[in-house]
Design a protein around this ligand. Structure first.
Ligand SMILES: C[S@@+](CC[C@H](N)C(=O)[O-])C[C@H]1O[C@@H](n2cnc3c(N)ncnc32)[C@H](O)[C@@H]1O
Length: 273
């Protein structure tokens, strides 16, 4: 007796064929023995499917689309926006350029944060800590958690902290999809010229939301995409509408958009209290 090579069209036919092929050789019908095993397999498959639906990897695959990369992009699209390439540590000098104070008015951005002395601030995508170092004296009873994925950036930050004797800035090595911040620990998450280049923005923001205390704030500074006179590469700028869409996607409530900076939007969001 040879095994059937094609599937029968209906279940009774199939069982008949299987019985013919194997059951009779065993001297008994195998259907009663196989049925519970098949039911078990089906249950395992169903439970595995449920578990997979909840896994970040599967969710991530539906959050992002892949396209041919633009010259300054990574070819991954999130909510209609192609994500920009990460600025390498080789360009760190640009972050600390002396002209930045006049060109971008970072002190005005810091004043607008309205910080309390006890605040715990996470500067995410901190780079060399241009903002973290300037915020530190404003939170003497709090601290700044300076998160970046490039150890070289954090090494430059550490050098500056030691040179200036700043003790309330804590460098944290993040992952591309995880800011590595403790849950319910921060009052404010600040992202200056950084969010647009997070390779997994949804996962990073989910980590940020989890790290915020109830009522905690998120502030983003992003170059204005709506203004062609802002001489920054296309994917390194963001529109107000796009930032609001992406923050709403992780449940953050928009508070206000300040237009006090010469080239950047300053957007404020809040986690529910
Ligand atoms: C253009 S720099 C801005 C640095 C700083 N915020 C400033 O304004 O001087 C962007 C920084 O974001 C960091 N970055 C990119 N993806 C990141 C991620 N997923 N998590 C944390 N930092 C990230 C980069 O390594 C880089 O240092």
């Amino acid at each position: 007796m040879t095994r059937p090579t094609t599937l029968p069209h209906s279940r009774p036919q199939a069982w008949a064929t299987i019985r013919e092929a194997f059951g009779n050789r065993l001297g008994t019908s195998i259907r009663p023995r196989i049925a519970p095993v098949l039911r078990c397999l089906a249950l395992v498959a169903f439970l595995w499917g449920l578990a997979a639906c909840g896994s970040p990897a599967l969710q991530a695959s539906t959050d992002y689309q892949t396209v041919a990369p633009s010259p300054d992009g990574i070819g991954r699209v999130y909510l209609g926006r192609e994500i920009a390439q990460t600025m390498g540590h080789q360009g760190a000098g640009w972050l600390d350029r002396p002209s930045r104070a006049l060109q971008e008015r970072p002190q005005a951005a810091i004043a607008a944060l309205d910080l309390a002395p006890t605040d715990i601030v996470a500067d995410i995508g901190a780079g060399t800590g241009y903002f973290a170092r300037r915020i530190a004296p404003l939170v003497p009873q709090g601290k700044v958690l300076a998160v970046d994925i490039q150890p070289e950036m954090l090494a430059m930050l550490q050098q500056e902290l030691e040179a200036k004797g700043i003790e309330n800035v804590e460098p944290i090595l993040g992952q591309i999809d995880n800011p590595n911040l403790p849950p319910s620990s921060i009052d404010l998450a600040l992202m200056v010229d950084a969010y647009h280049e997070f390779a997994y923005p949804r996962e990073i923001m989910q980590g940020v939301v989890a790290a915020l205390k109830p009522g905690g704030r998120v502030v983003l500074a992003e170059y204005r995409a709506e203004n062609p006179l802002v001489m920054i590469k296309r994917l390194h700028k963001m529109s107000v509408a796009q930032v609001r869409r992406e923050m709403a996607a992780v449940g953050l409530e928009w508070i206000k958009t300040d237009d006090i900076l010469p080239e950047q939007h300053l957007l404020f969001f809040q986690k529910q209290a």
